[in-house]
Design a protein around this ligand. Structure first.
Ligand code: TPP
Length: 378
């Protein structure tokens, strides 16, 4: 039970608004000014700790698809890491996302590195077509409620820029510090990369033949077109942009609902955003399999080489990120076996060949709506 004093804090008022709006998941990355808010949020709402804000956009999209009501709570600088994702995912498909951003760089700001982005932020958001509300003091806190409602009503992200003035004088609790856990770190890893027997098209065909009615979230570019051509169905989510976020969307979906989620990711995309794997390793839902299809190339843009060609091993990267249950496949039967065992990460070695496929004829809104409807009725 909270004391009367705590109920009057600005942080508690924010939490009350979140609860009133049935927010059930918060994706967070800290700012000093909201450290007390984050303590309260974490105590009362299921919280996903991010390692990069952009991943929160993907995770929250997956949560929304699965019927959840997510929010992000971050420092305003993180919006600089999110603009492409907000436009190519949320604005493109029509996905709501309220974002509480601790607005740095403007009010009593001593850190010079905050000034440039902070002062331009309202113009950056306006120019990007992202709705936002500024809250300058506690008196204006009801605007948070309006902004959250607006986001879910309009199916549009809405940034709430919260001035540090809101929290001034608050007596809320600061976080408890925790030391690193003493532990042995043992990684035994010995693998052979074998010559690929499959193309990506053949690997995707193997996936669709093996996974039954489970969900597929598919990477942008040619993989989605190949999947569409091989087996179009409403339980496929085709990503059209937001490179690097497909596994984050899969994580959000796996967290919020029970069906197994297979993510078709690519080596270029995983290497663009490897810290998506760290969040997956942190939560490791057992209904999520990331399939890293590795053609050692940015296939969709003309097969330019990536660092998996002779340097990085994606399975080892997944292991190092905390995903314990992994496999490697270079042929049809090894891939089938790995898919059937529903491991967390499958590194699929394929030839750098793109099938000639037609465009997916659906709008982004149609892809989202059919996927959500099929998921609800499955
Ligand atoms: C931020 C960003 N940078 C670059 C691109 C262009 N792009 C689209 S698909 C793609 C290649 C993806 O490569 P990979 O993940 O390996 O998948 P593949 O196409 O090989 O299956 C690139 C570079 C983009 N869409 N977004």
């Amino acid at each position: 039970m909270l004391s009367r004093k705590n109920q009057d804090t600005p942080e508690q008022k924010v939490l009350d608004i979140l609860e009133r709006n049935r927010i059930n998941i918060a994706a967070t990355l800290p700012c000093d000014r909201i450290k007390a808010l984050l303590v309260l949020v974490e105590k009362n709402i299921k919280t996903i700790s991010l390692t990069r804000e952009e991943n929160g956009v993907g995770i929250c999209a997956g949560i929304y698809f699965g019927g959840g009501r997510p929010i992000m709570v971050i420092q305003s600088t993180g919006l600089g890491n999110m603009i492409n994702a907000l436009l190519s995912l949320n604005l493109t498909y029509g996905i709501p996302l309220p974002i509480i951003a601790s607005w740095r760089g403007v009010y009593k700001e001593s850190i010079e590195a905050q000034w440039q982005f902070g002062k331009r932020l309202p113009e950056i958001l306006s120019a990007s077509g992202i709705n936002f509300t500024i809250i300058n003091s506690l008196d204006e806190i009801d605007r948070l409620d309006e902004a959250i409602k607006e986001s879910f009503r309009s199916l549009h992200p809405h940034v709430i820029l919260m001035s540090p003035a809101v929290w001034e004088g608050s007596i809320s609790e600061a976080p408890q510090t925790q030391e690193i856990s003493p532990r042995n770190v043992i990684l035994e890893f010995n693998r052979t990369i074998q010559k690929p027997e499959l193309t990506r098209y053949e690997a995707i065909r193997t996936i669709t033949e093996t996974i039954g009615d489970d969900l597929i979230v598919s990477n942008l570019g040619i993989p989605s077109k190949e999947l569409y051509e091989i087996r179009d169905r409403d339980l496929n989510f085709y990503m059209l942009g937001s490179m690097g976020l497909v596994s984050s969307i899969g994580l959000g979906l796996a967290i919020i609902q029970k069906k197994h989620v297979y993510v078709i990711d690519g080596d270029g995309s995983l290497l663009m955003n490897p810290n998506a794997l760290i969040s997956i390793g942190n939560y490791e839902p057992d209904n999520l399999t990331i399939i890293g299809i590795d053609n050692a190339a940015y296939g969709s843009t003309g097969n330019q080489a990536t660092c998996t060609q002779n340097q990085v091993d994606l399975e080892l990267l997944a292991r190092a990120s905390g995903i314990n249950n992994t496999a490697k496949a270079h042929s049809h039967h090894v891939l089938v076996e790995a898919l059937r065992s529903k491991v967390g990460f499958i590194h699929v070695i394929v030839k750098p060949v793109n099938a000639k496929c037609k465009e997916i004829p659906f709008s982004a809104a149609r892809i989202k709506e059919s996927f959500m409807k099929a998921l609800q009725s499955s």
